[in-house]
Write a protein that binds this ligand. Structure first.
Ligand code: NAP
Length: 365
């Protein structure tokens, strides 16, 4: 069973399942209420994940206005699994509109948010504490110093970032390294066959700086399961993306064409489209884990089998090509063809003989 193979998260000693359980839909209040689940509906989803050997669970103070954390806290206590879980939560969103320091990433809110999360989660520490979204205001140094204080105070084991520009993450990590502060080990970002923008900047940055990426919405919120159809009225199908009060991105002709390739690959492998989509995302370069969401334990069953097979190279190339991001502007100069022209006209970068090792410079010579 793939869930009980644990991988190191970023440059750290923390071992996590390659499929994390997302609990954004646990609870029936706030922003995610329209497709939220009650505690009784959430319990079998959580239990199924644990039964499969999963140890990586994701929530945030913002999800269902705090209910996700409250439900999760009760379910964890009920199952008696606090210590074996890698419990992740996040802060940023305002908890008191009108109070300028009750939201964002400044030290005052960061600490207040963590204390409230710990109360709701019924624990005295979280394993992974993430800045949820860049606030465009708080200096990276302030966030990193505060994270380090919280690690030393025993309230968080590891810090990380979600939904930040790559330059901000690079600045934060470099500052932490330069000052021997607790480094970030995780970067949580949107990533799926239908959402590949992070490949340009975030993935190479994370690989160089020791940040393991957790891919959120690896199914595009359900789109890649293949259950939606395009009609004159827009997208239809049985799931949260067709709810009128659930804003999701606009799906383009290219997205609908991508589904055709995904379906062909799934048929050839005799698995579901959802399984191929999750497998692809979880096994892409730089991706440490995919955070999957589920509306029921049965749905999660399908998802949890997503790493029980390998996508052969030929089919993987078809998927890669079906929705590859097109490099724009300066990024065109970082493509293999252009780089080959810079480094060695006529030769392609990557044309190295088998066993090639880059020369090691002898600094004493
Ligand atoms: N850091 C961030 O900003 C951020 C943002 C978003 C999410 N997240 C995290 O990522 C987690 C996952 O996000 P997500 O829910 O968008 O992930 P997702 O895996 O792309 O979508 C999950 C949804 O797809 C549908 N689905 C799942 N399995 C299916 C199957 N086998 N067949 C058909 N439909 C299926 C279900 O919705 P329906 O039944 O309604 O179709 C399910 O809720 C969240 O819970 C949260 O922890 C983080």
């Amino acid at each position: 069973m793939s869930l009980d193979q644990y991988y190191l998260l970023g440059r750290s000693g923390l071992r996590v399942s390659r499929l994390a359980l997302g609990t954004m839909n646990f609870g029936t209040s706030g922003f995610h209420a329209s497709y939220g689940k009650t505690e009784d509906e959430s319990r079998p989803i959580f239990r199924r994940y644990l039964d499969g050997g999963g140890n990586f669970v994701d929530t945030a103070d913002f999800y269902t206005a705090g209910e996700s954390e409250t439900i999760l806290g009760r379910l964890i206590a009920e199952a008696g699994v606090r210590d074996r879980l890698v419990l992740t939560t996040k802060f940023t969103n305002s908890v008191d509109p009108g109070d300028p320091n009750a939201g964002g990433n400044g030290r005052k809110h960061l600490i207040r948010a963590l204390e409230a999360s710990l109360r709701r989660l019924r624990t005295d520490y979280v394993d992974l504490f993430l800045l949820h979204t860049w606030d465009r205001i708080t200096p990276a140094e302030e966030v990193v110093q505060t994270f380090d204080d919280l690690v030393r105070a025993g309230k968080i084991r590891y810090p990380g970032l979600s939904d930040v520009p790559s330059w901000y993450a690079a600045r934060a990590q470099t500052y932490a390294e330069a000052h021997a502060l607790a480094p970030m080990i995780n970067l949580q970002l949107p990533y799926s066959l239908a959402e590949r923008a992070i490949e340009t900047e975030h993935v190479p940055m994370a690989q160089h700086l020791g940040l393991g990426i957790s891919a959120w919405s690896p199914l595009g919120g359900g789109f890649l399961s293949g259950k939606y159809r395009y009609t004159e009225q827009g997208l239809t199908g049985d799931g949260r993306l067709s709810l009128p009060d659930n804003p999701s991105r606009k799906w383009t002709d290219a997205d609908w064409r991508l589904l055709g390739t995904l379906q062909r690959v799934a048929e050839e492998l005799d698995v579901t489209m959802a399984q191929v989509a999750i497998n692809w995302a979880a096994t892409q370069p730089g991706i440490a884990s995919a955070i999957v969401g589920a509306s029921s334990a049965n749905q999660l069953d399908t998802t949890l089998a997503a790493l029980d097979f390998e996508i052969p190279a030929g089919l993987r190339a078809e998927l890669d090509g079906a929705a590859a991001p097109v490099p724009e502007s300066v990024y065109r100069m970082f493509t293999p063809d252009y780089q080959g022209w810079i480094i060695n006209p006529g030769a392609k970068v990557g044309d190295k003989p088998a066993g090639y090792q880059p020369p090691v410079r002898n600094w004493t010579a």
